[in-house]
Write a new protein. Sequence first.
Lengths: 173, 383
Amino acid sequence: MTQRITKWPGVELSAADLNEGKVTQTRFRPNAKYAWSAGEAMSRFLAELQNGRLIARTCRSCKRILFPPRMFCEVCFRPTDEWTYIQDTGTIETFSISYLDTDAKRIPDPILVGVVSLDGASPKMGMMHYFGDMTKDEIRIGMRVKAVWKPWEERRGSVLDIRHFGPLRKDAK
Amino acid sequence: MRVGIIGVGMTAFRPSTPEYSWKELMFEAASRAYADAGVDPRTEVDSFVTCAEDYYEGFGIFDEFTPDQLGGALRPVCTVTGDGLQGLANAFMQIQTGLIDIAVVEAHSKASDILTLEGIIEHGLDPIWNKPLGGHPFLIAGLEADAFVRKTRTSVKAFAAVVAKNRTNALRNPLAAYAAKVDAEQVLSSAERFAPLRALDIAAPADGGVVLVLASEAAARRRHANPVWIRGIGWASDSPTLETRDWTQAAYAQLAAEMAYRLAKVRRPATEIDFAEVDDRFSYKELQHLEAVGLAKKGEAGRTVLKGGYDPGGALPVNVAGGSLGCGNVFEATGLHRAAEVALQLRGDAGSHQIDGVRVGVAQSWRYIPSATGAVAVLGVGQ
């Protein structure tokens, strides 16, 4: 229907009209800055990332190993019990191949994103991250992967201290 | 159907809480409330209501992040973008439907996570009419305080008396963040801010969490609980437009109180209400709100506070726990904190700031600058 309309009623505006101030507009840049306290669980988690380790919390009641760690168990509603390290290897639970970036522009080499269930944590617990050292044709659900860490001096206590997850077996490539 | 409060949980209010994430803060308040009520949130609570504003939290769709630390994962959960008393009204209505037996209301402040508090509050101003002018958003409180002074001929000494009373009251409340022996002279000689308001007339921000557990009368009886009844609750909003609102009185509080009193069958609030917890985040607000909710005649609240009428031993104790001036401004948790304090007083569980023989109390809230929105709850014990 709209394809048949060649001329819309009213005055058409161009980007130039906006830039030249021909259109009444109001601009406001909110001064909104935050510094969240990471809290007990996340602070330790981020510090351990910087050390190249993944840490979880255990719940004695439901016998789960909770990752990412939290000070309370959402199933049992009780404080969690102990810290425990888990492995940086795991299994791809789900993935997507992103052909668009955040600006909705085409990406020549698509980005591989997904969720990894980590070894040592309870089932279906792990991390969402990027995948690398594999092609979109090689990635598959159930694939075994391992964290590829940034060098120590580049780590900042962030989930990006892991560059991406790559194939666990080198010959899988 | 009657609805009662069967559990109260609060964290301490602190200027900052770097040791806690906001989720861990909520978990503590919730754990205390469930222990107080003797309720297991995983099996016995039917609905969870949280109260928050995304801009205060610093991320979008805040409600998405609430279930785990409240015990509400895989359960009915919703967020009210408003003050805690508005959330209390929501939970009250949910129970009135008969679908929900036990509901939980949560509100918190993690104001210490906000680096640019004035900027966040300024962002609530009208983008075309007011924002281009710039200026500190607390100017709105100055405008209103000035209109209140002129209309009611209230002395600024009365503002100072409110601050001295509430900061001093807070000394008896171990949860308060800003308890101090402050006298009126100290307030009147503090730095000028937004005339007629001075530095000490403004409540400082604090972190803290409040959780209440509500139950229908039947559910409360089954659990052998001794509830504090929500006799009536109401809420209202004046025009948000700064240019058309009534600056001299808090119309929103008056309308909210009328609604709450109608439900509670309170005809003469001044004689039927034993004590009040009202919003005092700017000193004059306590006086303006007392007049709006019918607990003082117009123009009388200032004279009464100067005579000690709102002291813990006065005819109408007001903000015995210290108010926001003494406990700190906990933003969307402010109204729920007031309801929690009223409930504790009515149960006789207010510790060293307990007042004797109280049966009916009022909690009143305001949604802070730049809003003209508020709510009122009438709470009582016995038949």
